[in-house]
Design a protein around this ligand. Structure first.
Ligand code: ZN
Length: 339
């Protein structure tokens, strides 16, 4: 089977993808009409243009528009269903999904409990209808006050029996070091909830060190800028801390000038634990499937290397050891059948 066909059909796991960042332009138009929110772009074509990533402030502007358009728990359930149907279409059998509950709480007063219940209705629906599963990663946006961060940590801990698998940290990295939210992550850690912060994307190695030492990160969102510090690379390799690499996202955010100049081959050569992810797919005009296509084409990765990356994602997930073993066996049989 040709590698492109193999990539499309192979089962996948995704560890770094944002639910709000996965809202498709058509869905946003419907939500805006339903909730009478005026959008600057009116047609799907104009909206796609507006969606196209230009710079970080514009990116934040898009996220604010999402918060304005999501008025009710039903809206949240709907975007969660759309998201999971999109994952199913790509044969992504399990996703760990980042979601920013504090934005919806501040914009529309929807309690975390109601937000989580809405997402869990979508999750049940997706399991029954599409056979796909998800874990939720509520994240703290770095621009909020540390005290608000503590609130998010308490919410996440409360949701541990209800699909929450980790506490995340996202938003503008520069000027907002991980240490700002030390207390929030301590709350999570004391409850046994793992930390999966973004770090080493728009800020350098110091941010990754903060994520490891202060937040006790079990995985690093992005982490690609670890290469600027040889000692840190050694530590990440020795401890086999998984990195959630999102190639196209890195190009859009100017972390690297082009995919050909992306650090992926170097990260692999260094023996680091790499997983491949899509981040905010419609904004970066991508999907997880496309990310695999791109890296396969640009770096000449074959079936063996692609399969190893997929299996890395299974192993780096926060599923129980038993579920991971079952999934590894299922994936291996699916790969064998495709070959
Ligand atoms: Zn992200």
């Amino acid at each position: 089977m040709h590698i492109n066909q193999f990539i499309e059909k192979m089962p996948k796991v995704e560890l770094h993808v944002h639910m709000e960042g996965s809202i498709q332009p058509d869905t946003l138009i419907t939500l805006a009409e339903r909730n009478q929110v005026a959008l600057t772009a009116k047609t799907p074509a104009e909206l796609r243009q507006w969606y196209t990533f230009t710079d970080f402030p514009h990116f934040i502007d898009i996220y604010r528009t999402f918060a304005k358009c999501l008025r009710t728990a039903e809206d949240i359930e709907w975007i969660a269903r759309q998201f999971l149907a999109g994952q199913a279409k790509q044969n992504i059998l399990y996703s760990e999904v980042t979601y920013t509950p504090y934005s919806q709480y501040m914009a529309n007063g929807i309690s975390f409990e109601d937000q989580l219940a809405a997402i869990n209705r979508a999750r049940d629906w997706a399991r029954t209808t599409h056979g796909v599963e998800m874990g939720l990663v509520p994240d703290i946006s770095r621009d909020i006050d540390p005290k608000a961060g503590n609130i998010v940590a308490h919410w996440a801990v409360d949701g541990m029996q209800d699909g929450v698998v980790a506490l995340g940290l996202g938003g503008y990295e520069v000027g907002n070091p991980p240490e700002k939210f030390a207390e929030a992550f301590k709350i999570a850690q004391q409850a046994g909830l793992p930390a999966v912060p973004h770090a080493g994307e728009t800020a350098g190695p110091q941010s990754i060190l903060g994520a490891l030492d202060t937040l006790h990160a079990v995985r690093i969102g992005h982490g690609v800028r670890c290469l600027e510090d040889a000692n840190l690379v050694k530590r990440l390799r020795d401890q086999q801390i998984p990195l959630e690499v999102c190639p196209t996202s890195n190009i859009c955010l100017n972390v690297f000038p082009s995919l050909a100049e992306h650090a992926l081959p170097k990260l692999l050569d260094e023996g680091l634990y790499i997983t491949i992810n899509s981040d905010d797919p419609p904004m970066f005009n991508t999907t997880l499937t496309r990310e695999y296509h791109q890296i396969s084409q640009v770096f000449g990765l074959g079936q063996q290397q692609i399969m190893a990356l997929v299996l890395n994602a299974v192993k780096a997930s926060l599923l129980s050891e038993k579920k991971k073993q079952t999934m590894l066996t299922t994936f291996q049989s699916a790969f064998d059948a495709l070959k």
